[in-house]
Design a protein around this ligand. Structure first.
Ligand code: IPM
Ligand code: MG
Length: 371
């Protein structure tokens, strides 16, 4: 069944281009072996776009992203651009895409592969079999709230301002995604805020509860303060199924959850918009959670698996290609079982492989599975 799926590839900076290049080999494999043709286009974003076009996100790039069926994103940022003013930094590239495409739902699964249980800094029994999903609100809250800025006061001192703000519809739509995802999993949602200190947290809690009582009584809902959640994530992470939280808490808690799995280099994410009621289409962007890792960029050391698993999420959520998504996930699992590891997840007595060698192993595994 050949079909044209419009895919925009935005490798970005640092290790982004290195891992994206490897994942395109898997896309190519899919094309040849599974007869899925992707209509690929590629563009610069972040620091690379600043250097080439003078802006981290061109208007045309955003338009192309909106018109594509899915965006495969690498990572942005690097020390050479940290001197730039805030609104011109590489990070504005990804933030502009999230906001411009209205990707309000950010799925960050944290799953511990059996073969990697020793890579975690936590005791085996705490993380073995862990499978949780952090659902982060991605287009609101303090990341985008107004007023914001740095101002100079009459006495010459300065004041920095950001605003945490959420409305009922913003809370409702992310909570709805959370309940729907939980329905396909263990049917438990933990809603996380700071209702003990913040009015936006009180509203969050009330609206999530209201939606639950009206439409999702088959899902178990509990509430937790964000600080306690950070603590519980390292104390007993398996108590969670789906965690629904705001933009800033989600940023922090997902890094914490990522480390439970042993390496940031393993975790994919999906950022989804609302389903268009007329076309049934939903805008989507897939990116690994790890950043651009400038310290190891250009050395062939990066772990391509988070990017690989981001492709798997892309196939699953944007194209309903569950079988193909499973193929990739099984390949990752088997390669890890065989003891093939990049430096970030290498165990004692193992020799780390390069980014390309890891991909070679994945392709070989895919061949074996498809044979
Ligand atoms: C993330 C990152 C981004 C964020 C940065 C790069 C803007 O930390 O995706 O978690 O803060 O959202
Ligand atoms: Mg982050």
């Amino acid at each position: 069944m050949p079909s044209n799926k419009k895919l925009l590839v935005l490798p970005g900076d640092g290790i982004g281009p290195e891992v994206v290049r490897e994942v395109l080999r898997v896309v190519d494999w899919m094309d040849k072996r599974r007869h899925v043709s992707f209509d690929l286009s590629e563009d610069l974003v972040g620091g690379a776009a600043i250097d080439a076009y003078g802006t981290p996100l061109k208007e045309e790039t955003l338009e192309a992203a909106k018109a594509s069926d899915a965006v495969l994103f690498g990572s942005v940022g690097g020390p050479q651009w940290d001197v730039l003013p805030f609104d011109q930094r590489p990070e504005r590239g990804i933030l502009g895409l999230r906001k411009g495409m209205q990707l309000f739902a950010n799925l960050r699964p944290a799953k511990v592969f059996d073969a990697l249980v020793d890579a975690s800094t936590l005791k085996n029994e705490i993380v073995q079999g862990l499978d949780i999903l952090i659902l982060r609100e991605l287009t609101g809250g303090i990341y985008f709230g107004e007023p914001r800025g740095i101002e100079t006061l009459p006495d010459g001192t300065r004041r920095g301002i950001n605003t945490q703000v959420y409305t009922t519809p913003e809370i409702e739509r992310i909570a709805r995604v959370g309940f729907e995802l939980a329905q396909k999993r263990a049917k438990r949602v933990m809603s996380v805020e700071k209702a003990n200190v913040m009015e936006s947290g009180v509203l969050w809690r009330e609206e999530v509860q209201k939606l639950h009582d009206a439409e999702f009584q088959d899902v178990e809902l509990q509430h937790m303060y964000a600080d306690n959640c950070a603590m519980q994530l390292v104390r007993a992470p398996k108590q969670f199924d789906v965690i629904v939280t705001d933009n800033l808490f989600g940023d922090i808690l997902s890094d914490c959850a990522a480390m439970l799995t042993g390496s940031l280099g393993m975790l994919p994410s999906a950022s989804l918009g609302a389903v268009d009621p007329t076309t049934g289409r939903r805008m989507a962007l897939y990116e690994p959670i790890h950043g651009s890792a400038p310290d190891i960029a250009g050395q062939g050391k990066a772990n391509p698996l988070a990017q690989m698993l981001s492709l798997s999420m892309l196939l699953r959520y944007s194209f309903d290609m569950n079988e193909d998504a499973d193929l990739i996930e099984n390949a990752v699992e088997n390669v890890l079982k065989a003891g093939i590891r990049t430096g970030d997840i290498v165990g004692p007595g193992m020799k780390p492989v390069s980014t390309t060698q890891m991909t070679d192993a994945i392709l070989k595994e895919l061949d074996a599975q498809a044979a």
